[in-house]
Design a protein around this ligand. Sequence first.
Ligand SMILES: NC(=O)c1ccc[n+]([C@@H]2O[C@H](COP(=O)([O-])OP(=O)(O)OC[C@H]3O[C@@H](n4cnc5c(N)ncnc54)[C@H](OP(=O)(O)O)[C@@H]3O)[C@@H](O)[C@H]2O)c1
Length: 293
Amino acid sequence: MKKILLLGSNGQLGSDIVKIFTKSENINLLPIYRKDLDIEKWKTVYRKLKKYTNIDYIINCASYNKTDECEDNIKKTFDINSLAVQEIARFCSSRDITFIHISSDYVFDGNKNSPYNEEDTTKGLNVYGLSKLAGEDFAKHYAKKHFIFRVSSLFGIAGSTEKNQNFVEKILKYAKEKKQLKIVADQFMSPTHTLDVARAIKVIIINEIKNYGIYHVCNSGFCSWYEFAKTILEFSSNDANLSKTTYDKYVTKAKRPKYSVLNNAKISKYYKMPMWKKALQEYLNIRNSLEVK
Ligand SMILES: NC(=O)c1ccc[n+]([C@@H]2O[C@H](COP(=O)([O-])OP(=O)(O)OC[C@H]3O[C@@H](n4cnc5c(N)ncnc54)[C@H](OP(=O)(O)O)[C@@H]3O)[C@@H](O)[C@H]2O)c1
């Protein structure tokens, strides 16, 4: 029986990990929520983790990822995304636990124009990206057995709530409200369904993979945010007044990489990540089935 501690269990990715491990034989998944362990209080993390015993894996999906807000909340961002990761990693090493930490495509500056490989030079452009990069460094340095999964542009069912609306939901909401949509057409990424990231994690754990290190875990293929929005509308049979804008005209508080497509060849040896359009279709199907109920 493998015992897994999951942090950030009610987030988009965390809740799909809970879903994917439910009914798994030989797995005992312990979902942890903010009320159990507030990782912003990072100095208490190591001590509080001690009450969980005989753990084989810790998966950390908890993060502060409101990218623009992070610019004004530097301490909070680094406390959650970096210093707490250090403490979790230290705890993992002390108990011979394998640490699976979730990171981001925002550790890159976007100046490349072909998919980023795991070993490419990192350079965060904003506070959030820099904090995720520091988190990676802590995980690598302190956890002897670590997997760092860099994911990108996530959409998951838990993000369909008011609290945490993902891009798919924002587009569907705007379409319903008949808003005019101006979407950036020259910024590229790989949209990723959290259910596929959860499946990749499960394969790593079930097969007891020991090839530790960094992995790019995103759906295959890439697109601009405009193409993503257009496909969401098409697949959901929605009509909206959609037009293109450019990266330079869409000003946000935090600067974002213009190109953050990740090469997922390394993880594909273990789990073949589906194309993003297929993943989007699956998300919409799940969403529709929940709406019908
Ligand atoms: N979303 C994206 O597009 C994206 C892109 C690249 C990388 N990532 C990374 O992927 C991972 C999962 O993202 P996601 O979209 O699933 O995030 P999410 O839906 O925003 O979930 C974040 C989780 O972190 C928890 N959390 C936040 N602050 C906490 C604290 N102080 N103590 C304990 N728990 C705390 C939240 O709990 P509450 O519900 O209590 O707030 C929630 O469960 C994160 O590491 C993120 O950086 C995300």
